[in-house]
Design a protein around this ligand. Structure first.
Ligand SMILES: C[S@@+](CC[C@H](N)C(=O)[O-])C[C@H]1O[C@@H](n2cnc3c(N)ncnc32)[C@H](O)[C@@H]1O
Length: 222
């Protein structure tokens, strides 16, 4: 079965779960997601005064972490869920967030030093278009950091078991979290994604896996 990733469907899911998104992330990952995001962003080695685009920014975790790591960097968060953006803005009142679609970016060519996507690309129907846009708007020598679920092995299977238990405990909409599991299991593993990124012109700089490979980030250079 393939997930329905039409933008309307995806926006509806994230608008609906926005109120408990952060709390569920903490329980699902047993608190590790924020720590993994921090490691990935630290390893991006963000330079002072650089310009960063965080795609599929959700509730603004990346913006918050980047601000701690490199307060002089300028970050813009973009997401197509209005409700997720409201929360991002609440968490980062001084920062800029905009509503938009990562497959059609309102930016000039070669504008950003870094582009990040955390647990976002998996939800995008036209991933190739999003990757073309990332490549287009990144400066030559700029870095793209992709973080998401990784290998479909033991670590990944633990989520399949654990998430439905949490959904029952918290009484949240099970269909939305069923989508999470389906989209995770359908998403290509990192070695496949890296090849895909390479066909767009990126070169792999670093990859690191966590939680028995269930989560992985890759840093690529344009
Ligand atoms: C799982 S959340 C990840 C949020 C955040 N990056 C994090 O790591 O916690 C995925 C986000 O991607 C956004 N999204 C999905 N498709 C998108 C698209 N085509 N353009 C922009 N944002 C999109 C959703 O609205 C949602 O907020």
């Amino acid at each position: 079965m393939t997930c329905d990733k039409t933008p309307q469907k995806i926006t509806k899911i994230f608008d609906e779960i926005s109120g408990y998104y952060d709390k569920m992330n903490n329980f699902i990952s047993l608190g590790t997601h924020y720590f993994i995001k921090k490691i990935a962003l630290k390893n991006l080695k963000i330079r002072q005064n650089s310009y960063i685009l965080d795609l599929c920014c959700g509730t603004g975790d990346f913006t918050q972490i980047i601000d701690k790591i490199e307060p002089k960097a300028k970050v813009i968060g973009l997401d197509n869920s209005v409700e997720m953006i409201k929360l991002a803005k609440h968490k980062n009142p001084q920062k800029v967030f905009m509503h938009g679609d990562c497959t059609n970016l309102p930016f000039k060519d070669r504008e950003f030093d870094y582009i990040t996507v955390g647990f976002g690309l998996r939800n995008v129907d036209n991933r190739q278009k999003a990757l073309s846009e990332i490549y287009r708007t990144l400066k030559t020598g700029g870095k793209f950091m992709h973080l998401d679920f990784g290998r479909h092995g033991f670590g990944g299977k633990c989520f399949d078991f654990w998430v439905p238990i949490l959904v029952k405990i918290f009484g949240v909409n099970h269909e939305n979290y069923h989508y999470l599991i389906e989209s995770k299991n359908e998403y290509p593993e990192p070695q496949v994604l890296i090849k895909e990124f390479e066909t767009h012109g990126f070169k792999l700089v670093k990859r690191q896996d966590f939680l028995f490979g269930a989560v992985s980030y890759q840093i690529l250079e344009k």
